[in-house]
Design a protein around this ligand. Sequence first.
Ligand SMILES: Cc1cc2nc3c(=O)[nH]c(=O)nc-3n(C[C@H](O)[C@H](O)[C@H](O)COP(=O)(O)O)c2cc1C
Length: 253
Amino acid sequence: MEIARTPGSTAAACLITFALAAGTALGQVSPAAPRAQDSATPGPTRVPIGATTIKLPEPRAKSATSVEEALRGRRAPRTFGTAPVTLQEVGQLLWAAQGITGNYGRRAAPSAGGLFPLEVILVAANVTGLPPAVYRYRPTTHDLVRIGEGDPRPAIADACHFQPLTGVPAIFVITTVESRTAKAYGDRAPKYVALEAGAAAQNLSLEAVALDLGCGIMVEFELPKLAQAVGVGPEEKPFTVLAVTGPEPAPRS
Ligand SMILES: Cc1cc2nc3c(=O)[nH]c(=O)nc-3n(C[C@H](O)[C@H](O)[C@H](O)COP(=O)(O)O)c2cc1C
């Protein structure tokens, strides 16, 4: 697959890359209108030339689950079911992790200086309404860009020391582009970025409770193997893996 590296140094370069991604898209094409804040998140984010983009359903703004109920209900299972999740659900989870919720591209999770060093990769294996593939979430357009084919779950499981991930319907990998934050905060960037990734992961975990889904979290993995499995890098580093299953969560204990 041919890959275009987004230089990120100029807004024009970003616009060209997004235009390429949108212009030759196939299937459920949703032309990605670039917005000003796209150029505020430069970095090594890769967008395949001619990539398919898939518009996500609008996230819901209300639920029957209170924040307190979600906090009480959150558990990290060690075993995972295989029940599918839906496109609506993965869209809601992505919105919870990094969705736009305010002016200037502000998101559901806080970001030091509004520099947004996080990316979210979705490995969709059994998602109703979404062809199996690897996708990158784009918050500003609330859509997915297909960045990889095939089933990387065995490779992800291998990278995660053979945790039981091969049957999981949806895997979210939160990645970090630390240079975005380091530009302004120098050697404080690792701390800030780690906090942001933790906040995004917790948002996603709590949203999973509200959707009655199972959600496990993993941080122990071989970074190069995981990066290769989902097709990112070298400056974009996987930070955490979230394994999401349909509504049959196995109680932890
Ligand atoms: C930094 C971190 C790393 C974790 N790594 C794993 C992991 O590799 N595999 C796993 O099954 N759970 C992992 N967990 C989940 C913890 O085991 C779990 O949160 C803990 O046992 C408490 O259970 P609870 O989350 O259900 O309250 C991790 C949690 C954190 C915060």
